[in-house]
Design a protein around this ligand. Structure first.
Ligand code: NAD
Length: 297
């Protein structure tokens, strides 16, 4: 299949590569020269623009930072024409960015009017999952659209969930990430408390991992440097999932909570913690660097 892949950051680069490895012809594009150069070095073909990438594409996958990037790209911004007018009728657009559910619905409506299928399929699993092709997809679409997308999603992920109609994938994603933000902050606090009492963070992490405090951060993404290899904490918090992206997701969860009058006190507190951490200059570091807020020294 001829596929356009737009957004070659920490997640999009490896996801595009997995589609190419599966035998698809991928035309890739990113606004960042550095991201294009990295993907080209990995073997991807870089198109001159997003418009050039979608020429003749049967499917388009996007992996962009936030709502404004997705809306701006597809519907146009600042008098610039949107990408929807360059995409062939009948094509399938899979947006895997984490954005507001309302934005997914708005773009899907405009796509439908142009004869294009647009589905939201945000992911969980981190950069490790993107590289290994083991991501979890949370899909918002019709049942028919999901079956159309499934063969491509299977090349990038291991778990595919149908959350509901368009926008529902995004709702599932912000619920998950609100929990992730809270549990990473809580795990950091617990490790810092143990270390302040002289405990070895490796020993403490293993005790909690196998006890009732066990969670995803302790299993796969320990926030304390040196406890696990190949996690952002052991690489100066480089790569991974940026603090500012976590802040965006917690903001989405709180906006949504306001809309539906849900009570999310810990989600609100977590948003404020990551906002303060970002204000202190840590926005570009992986979100597990939140442990710095509570670590001695
Ligand atoms: P990233 O910042 O590394 O990559 C985003 C890329 O999009 C950048 O390279 C940027 O230049 C590019 N971009 C922005 N606007 C563009 C446009 N109009 N046209 C072309 N390229 C454009 O971000 P990431 O970590 O890859 O995350 C992408 C999305 O996935 C976000 O919504 C994030 O919340 C979500 N997500 C990230 C992770 C993770 O672990 N990093 C996990 C799950 C979900």
């Amino acid at each position: 299949m001829k596929i356009a892949f737009i957004g070659l950051g920490h997640m999009g680069g490896p996801m595009a590569l997995n589609l190419q490895k599966a035998g698809h012809t991928v035309a890739a594009f990113d606004l960042s020269q550095a991201a294009c150069e990295k993907s080209a070095a990995d073997g991807l073909t870089i198109a001159a623009s997003a418009q050039a990438a979608v020429q003749g594409a049967e499917a388009i996958v996007t992996m962009l930072p936030a709502s404004q990037h997705v809306e701006g790209l597809f519907l146009g911004t600042g008098g610039q024409e949107g990408l929807l007018s360059h995409i062939a009728k009948g094509a399938l657009v899979i947006d895997s960015s984490t954005i507001a559910s309302a934005t997914s619905q708005k773009v899907a409506k405009a796509a439908q009017a142009a004869g294009i299928d647009f589905i939201d399929a945000p992911v969980s699993g981190g950069t490790g999952g993107a590289i290994a092709g083991t991501l979890t997809f949370m899909v918002g679409s019709s049942a028919e659209q999901l079956e159309r997308a499934r063969p491509l999603l299977e090349k990038m992920g291991a778990n595919i969930f149908h959350a509901g109609s368009v926008g529902a994938g995004q709702t599932a994603k912000i619920c998950n990430n609100m929990l992730l933000g809270i549990l990473m902050a809580g795990t950091s606090e617990a490790i810092a408390l143990g270390v302040a009492n002289g405990l070895d963070p490796k020993v403490l992490s293993e005790i909690m991992r196998r006890s009732s405090g066990g969670n995803w951060a302790l299993e796969k993404y320990n926030p304390c440097p040196g406890v696990q290899e190949n996690v952002p904490a052991s690489k100066g918090y480089a790569g991974g999932f940026g603090t500012d992206l976590m802040l965006k997701d917690l903001g989405l969860s709180q906006e949504n909570a306001t809309q539906v009058k849900a009570s999310t006190p810990l989600g609100g507190l977590a948003r404020n913690l990551y906002a303060a951490h970002s204000l202190a200059g840590n926005g570009a570091l992986d979100f597990s660097s939140i442990i710095k807020m509570v670590q001695k020294g």
